[in-house]
Design a protein around this ligand. Structure first.
Ligand code: GDP
Length: 203
C-alpha cells in the first residue's frame, strides 16, 4: 500500500473545507517540533510529503493525504496531519482556534478510525499533551501513543520515559496500552507504525 500512489489532497483551515467522508481516516497529532512531518514522510516513504515546520505554529490547518489510487473513486484511506500544538508564546487566540478546530473535527468525524499521538522521547508527556489526550477521551476517538526521536536518548532514559508514558496512558480510557517507539532518522519502528496504521483502517 505504501509503495502505491500517495498524494496531498487538501488543507482544511475550517471544518467546511474537510474532504467528503468517503474513506477511512487516521490522524497524527503532536507538539510542534515533535517530529510529526518527518514521521509521516518516513511512514509513507515520501520525502517532502508533509512539510517540516520550521515556523512553529504557522500551519493551523488540517492537511489531508490520500493513500491509494484516486482515479476511480476514493483512496484506500486518508491521513490527517493535525497542526502542531504546545509551542511557546502562542497567542491565546491561536490556541483557542486550534482547540475549536480539533474538537470539532474529532467529535464529528465518523470515518476517523484512530489518532496517533506523537510524544518526543526526550520530553515525555507534557501538560499540553495531557490536554489533547483528554480531548480524545471525551470525543471517544481511540488513539495510540508513538514515541519519536528515539535515537536522541540513551536506552536507559528511553526505558524510564516509556514506563512513565505507559503509566500515564493507562489513565486514559481511549488510549491503546502499547507504545510504538520510532526514529525517523534511523528508520526505527516504521514497519511497526505501518502495521498499526493498516490495523486501524482494517486493511
Ligand atoms: P514537526 O514540527 O512535528 O513536523 O517536526 P519535524 O518533522 O519538522 O522535525 C523537527 C526537527 O526534529 C527537525 O529538525 C527534524 O530533523 C528533527 N527530527 C525529526 N525526527 C527525528 C528523529 O527521528 N531523530 C532525530 N534525531 N531528529 C529528528
Amino acid at each position: 500500500i505504501f509503495s502505491g500512489p500517495i498524494s496531498f489532497l487538501k488543507s482544511a483551515p475550517q471544518l467546511q473545507f474537510l474532504p467528503d467522508p468517503t474513506a477511512p481516516e487516521i490522524a497524527f497529532a503532536g507538539r510542534s517540533n515533535v517530529g510529526k512531518s518527518s514521521l509521516i514522510n518516513a511512514l509513507t516513504g515520501r520525502n517532502g510529503l508533509a512539510r517540516t515546520s520550521n515556523t512553529p505554529g504557522r500551519t493551523q490547518e488540517l492537511n489531508f493525504f490520500d493513500i491509494g489510487d484516486t482515479s476511480n473513486g476514493p483512496p484506500i484511506f486518508r491521513i490527517c496531519d493535525m497542526p502542531g500544538y504546545g509551542f511557546a508564546k502562542a497567542p491565546p487566540k491561536v490556541v483557542q482556534k486550534w482547540r475549536y478546530l480539533i474538537n470539532d473535527y474529532l467529535r464529528g468525524r465518523q470515518v476517523l478510525k484512530r489518532t496517533f499521538v506523537l510524544i518526543d522521547s526526550r520530553h515525555g508527556i507534557k501538560n499540553t499533551d495531557e490536554n489533547v489526550l483528554e480531548m480524545l477521551d471525551k470525543a471517544a476517538v481511540s488513539y495510540r501513543i508513538v514515541m519519536t526521536k528515539a535515537d536522541k536518548v540513551k536506552t536507559t532514559e528511553l526505558e524510564a520515559t516509556k514506563e512513565k508514558v505507559i503509566a500515564a496512558a493507562k489513565k486514559h480510557p481511549a488510549a491503546h496500552p502499547e507504545l510504538i517507539i520510532t526514529s525517523s532518522e534511523k528508520k526505527q519502528g516504521i514497519d511497526a507504525l505501518r502495521m498499526a496504521v493498516l490495523e486501524a483502517v482494517q486493511i
